[in-house]
Design a protein around this ligand. Structure first.
Ligand code: GLN
Length: 508
């Protein structure tokens, strides 16, 4: 593997990089060029589309702003976008053959906001097809390799995003999380990631999977860097019908999360930084399916939090197991509806040979979609069909409400945050469940309920495990609605005491 470390890897996070850029010790163009070189030399298959000229244009604009003294928050910082966000200029494939040659006439809201803040995009990142998966093996453009060990998956569906950050190709990346796709790859690649409260970040220009679940979130090494990105990404957007105007009475606007982050840091009541914090630990998250190495790392992390003054409270989320069937009814139902637009006429792939219109659509769809996407469309169509709607779809919606109530009750009565594992095991070898497609679905057990409830949650690195002790383990921190700032502050405290987030894979 070529050893071309980008310049930004010499700096410890966005704040340090910003200071160096503003002091003109480095230029945005130098940063961009070194990141581009590393991305092009990488053998991880993390990037799907790189266009050096577009990147360099953004970097030159950043340098001009820096020279003129009107640089914005992320001016010159090298990032990259999951290929689920549409981008003007760069291709957008959603990891699918269906959109292999698609270029959007506009930028997704998230991309636009980050570009406005001065971030420089190095390109588009590989992902599971239409974000369906948890290993990045469902991409039509091949699997992404885990930088910690290239024989293992990086997690999914934002696998390219997590791998690119873990390998140091970019400082941060965007991802999307429908049932765990920011938290899970972050955990398996040893980096941090946050999925904010549903409705706080605009879905405009994000290729739709399960619209009532889809939410964008950033991936980076440090919790503090997540704050830098998330605060820019979030905010009301009238082009997304589920975008929130206010969060608990406060305007949903950039700056909200940083204000909460600062307030949380100042809330220190005792001698210890997290004195008084009640951490709910759900017993259902420590079931028989949880691997010993993961359980041990989570226990060690909880002890660190206790040493910082937090208290552990045993709680129960009794419907944790039901989150799997509920999610795998609701998400495919919404996907089957969202993916109707790929009909061979309006977007994407059209079959070369067909008889009539119906055949054109069916051939285009069966050629353009991969097996997992077809499976979801079939499940979704089935559960929405007359005669099954009540038995499956409505029932799943009822379970969804009960799951959300369980979380709300825990926060109202027992704890301030909830902690537990993100995944039952460390990363699995590439190809392992190829003949058993639903086996991966079961591994989503600790992330799906949070998505069904629309809560914010993050993953931070907390250990290493696996046979060789070289595969990352993530700790999940779940908050009540709009508590992103508090979650990030708690994670930041942990990262000031531990160095798991600073560990890097040997081969980069
Ligand atoms: N693994 C889950 C799925 O396959 C979640 C994916 C996601 O969050 N995009 O649906």
């Amino acid at each position: 593997m070529p050893k071309t470390s980008p310049i930004h890897t010499e700096f410890d996070g966005i704040e340090a990089l910003r200071a160096a850029l503003r002091a003109r010790e480095i230029t945005a163009l130098e940063l961009a060029d070194s990141a581009l070189a590393a991305a092009q030399a990488s053998s991880l298959n993390a990037f799907l589309h790189i266009d050096p000229e577009l990147t360099r244009q953004q970097a030159r604009a950043a340098d001009a702003a820096l020279a003129a003294g009107n640089a914005t928050a992320l001016c010159g910082i090298p990032i990259a976008h999951k290929d689920l966000f549409v981008t003007q200029g760069w291709r957008t494939t959603a990891g699918s053959k269906m959109l292999a040659n698609y270029t959007s006439p506009y930028d997704a809201a998230v991309v636009h906001r980050l570009t406005q803040a001065g971030a420089v995009s190095i390109g588009k990142l590989n992902c599971d097809e239409f974000a369906m998966g948890s290993g990045n093996e469902n991409s039509a453009f091949g699997p992404v390799k885990n930088p910690w060990n290239p024989d293992f998956v990086p997690g999914g569906s934002s696998g390219g995003s997590a791998a690119a950050v873990a390998a140091g190709l970019v400082v941060a990346a965007t991802g999307t999380d429908t049932g765990g796709s920011v938290r899970q790859p972050a955990a398996l690649c040893g980096v941090s990631g946050i999925k904010p409260t549903y409705g706080t970040v605009s879905r405009f220009g994000m290729v739709a999977f399960g619209s009532s679940l889809d939410q964008a979130g950033p991936i980076a090494r440090h919790a503090k860097d997540l704050l830098e990105l998330l605060d820019v990404m979030s905010g009301f957007d009238e082009r997304d019908s589920t975008s929130l105007e206010t969060c608990d009475g406060v305007a949903n606007a950039p700056g909200r999360i940083r204000a909460d982050f600062n307030a949380a840091l100042q809330q220190q009541t005792g001698r210890l930084p997290l004195a008084g914090l009640r951490i709910g630990v759900p017993k259902e998250f420590f079931n028989a399916g949880l691997a010993g190495d993961v359980a041990q790392a989570i226990e060690a992390a909880l002890q660190v939090f206790e040493s910082l003054g937090a208290k552990r409270v045993a709680i129960s989320l009794p419907r944790t197991e039901l989150s799997i069937p509920a999610y795998y009814v609701i998400a495919p139902a919404e996907a089957s509806s969202n993916l109707q637009r790929y009909d061979g006429v309006r977007y994407g792939h059209r079959a070369a040979q067909y008889g009539d219109l119906a055949e054109m659509t069916s051939r285009s769809r069966s050629e353009g979609f991969g097996p997992e996407v077809l499976r979801r469309i079939m499940v979704g169509t089935y559960v929405l069909s007359h005669g099954y709607y009540d038995a499956y779809y409505l029932q799943a919606q009822r379970v969804r409400r009960m799951i959300a109530n369980d979380f709300q009750q825990a926060f109202a009565q027992h704890c301030d945050v909830i902690m537990g594992p993100v995944t039952p095991t460390v990363a699995k070898p590439i190809g392992v469940n190829r003949d058993d497609p639903t086996a991966d679905w079961l591994a989503d057990i600790y992330t799906l309920g949070i998505s069904l409830a629309g809560l914010p949650a993050m993953s931070i690195p907390c250990g290493l495990g696996g046979a060789a002790g070289d595969l990352p383990i993530g700790l999940q921190i779940i908050g009540s609605y709009f508590k992103e700032g508090q979650l990030l502050a708690i994670a930041d405290r942990f990262q000031q005491t531990t160095d798991w987030h600073q560990r890097k894979p040997r081969q980069q």
